[in-house]
Design a protein around this ligand. Structure first.
Ligand code: GCO
Length: 449
């Protein structure tokens, strides 16, 4: 038997996001978000659902906090819905929105669960989208004002803030492929959106330093290793471009002080919306970097796609590998690769794994859910994390995605990531087998293989 033991003080948590769990979409003065609009647009969500009710966490948070305590969680990563606090995105403050998060934070602290708050997990106020959303440079100042408000309201109790969740995902899928809100396909718009997201992060760090000076501040990035589909030069170069667009375009300005040269060259025919001084703001020092990681991707050369000339081959199946219900390969060594890259290429920053998990097959019984594939996934990824620690990576904690099943964006309620099941008819919660196993890991600070 091998014991996988984690360092003393390692943070064990679970993560969620506002639009995916809260529901109460029109309550207590919450404004409309781009996801409310997108989900209501026919054909955008596979099961035609919305986050109007979701897990009804807005009303059931006390029960959810009790479940966190039952799982022995040391921390809960949730997001704050910008349109609950500022229904129009800027201007009048909705006190009832702030009060909700204040109650949630107090309940967490009373249960011994540290609140980790993300300021933006994709639910941009619709009123700001009408002004251009992330393509409008003013969004950086709007976001900083919102961050300051939250810092002032919660900074006395929230000791960890994250600015943005996955700027690569919400700008690429929101403005380049159109799969996520606001559903646009617009390369120049994407370029502006991505730069403004990076800039908004930097300005929000400054705003939080000024208003929540005792809190630790970070950002959350989704990092995929991009592997070439074959060893030929064209495919390897294509994989490098996908990596540039998806990973380095966001990590480099944050941790290396500027955009990667190869990508600047590729995009040089478009005006880069950067102004003097932006690079310094984006590289504002942070206390940690949040890493979301699920799987790797394969890329190949494809001249059909102008400019980028790559294709991410989502249909590729690696012989011998298992795949989740999302069609994502279970491949823990890629997780090790991500952690090693941050250690070796990016100065070994303090990392928290802010999301990792899987939508898997599960057997539902009246009072139990058997999900051995999820447990196996989590176990293999945690073994890899443990090995990275031994190699010198500075990883301070791990948050499973997700606490409960929830609204999986364009997939609606068809994919289940929770370690707790939600029966959407009754809103009943059932801790899955993987959740019981995770509770033993949090209590013992490790597990045996
Ligand atoms: C993310 C998404 C989550 C998803 C999860 C599974 O941060 O990647 O924010 O909201 O639900 O990744 O796809």
């Amino acid at each position: 038997m091998t014991r996988i033991a984690f360092p003393t003080g390692f943070v064990w948590g679970a993560a969620s996001s506002a639009y995916q769990v809260e529901g109460a979409a029109a309550e207590d003065g919450r404004g409309e978000s781009i996801w409310d609009r997108f989900a209501r647009t026919s054909g955008k969500i596979v099961d035609g659902s919305t986050g109007d009710v979701a897990c009804d966490h807005y009303h059931r948070f006390a029960e959810d906090v009790a479940l966190m305590k039952e799982l022995g969680l040391g921390a809960y990563r949730f997001s704050i819905a910008w349109p609950r606090i500022l229904p129009e995105g800027k201007g009048p403050v909705n006190q009832r929105g702030l009060d909700f998060y204040s109650r949630l934070v107090d309940a967490l602290l009373a249960a011994g669960v540290a609140p980790w708050a993300t300021l933006y997990h994709w639910d941009l106020p619709a009123a700001l989208s009408d002004l251009g959303g992330w393509t409008n440079r003013d969004v950086a100042a709007w976001f900083a004002d919102y961050a300051a408000l939250v810092g002032r309201a919660l900074g006395d109790r929230v000791k960890h803030f994250m600015t943005l969740n996955e700027p690569q995902v919400f700008t690429i899928f929101g403005y380049l492929t159109g799969d996520h809100a606001p559903g646009l396909v617009d390369l120049p718009g994407y370029l502006r959106a991505s730069h403004h997201a990076n800039l908004a992060h930097g300005k929000a760090v400054q705003a939080l330093r000024a208003t929540a000076s005792r809190s630790q501040i970070g950002i959350v990035e989704q990092i995929f290793p991009i592997h070439p589909l074959s060893a030929n030069d064209a495919d390897r170069a294509a994989a490098g471009r996908v990596d540039g667009l998806f990973n380095r375009w966001f990590l480099d300005p944050l941790l290396k002080g500027g955009y990667p040269d190869d990508m600047l060259r590729l995009l040089s025919f478009l005006p880069l919306p950067a102004e003097p001084g932006d690079a310094e703001i984006i590289a504002e020092p942070i206390d940690f970097i949040g890493v979301n990681h699920y799987t790797r991707q394969f890329a190949r050369h494809d001249a059909e796609l102008p400019l980028f000339e790559f294709q991410v081959d989502l249909a590729h199946r690696e012989p011998g590998s298992d795949y989740t219900q999302m069609g994502w390969e279970v491949h823990a060594p890629s997780f090790g690769e991500v952690l090693a890259r941050l250690r070796d290429d990016y100065g070994n920053p303090l990392v928290y794994v802010t999301e990792n998990g899987a939508a898997t097959l599960e057997t539902v019984e009246p009072n139990a859910v058997h999900d051995p594939a999820r447990r196996a996934y989590l176990e293999s990824y945690l073994v890899e994390l443990h090995a990275a620690l031994a190699e010198g990576s500075r990883v301070g904690g791990y948050f499973v995605w997700s606490l409960t099943d929830n609204f999986e964006w364009a997939f609606g309620y068809t994919k289940h990531f929770g370690v707790i099941r939600v029966d959407y008819e009754t809103q009943r919660r059932i801790v899955k087998d993987s959740g019981r196993w995770y509770a033993s890991v949090t209590r013992e600070n490790g597990f045996s293989l």
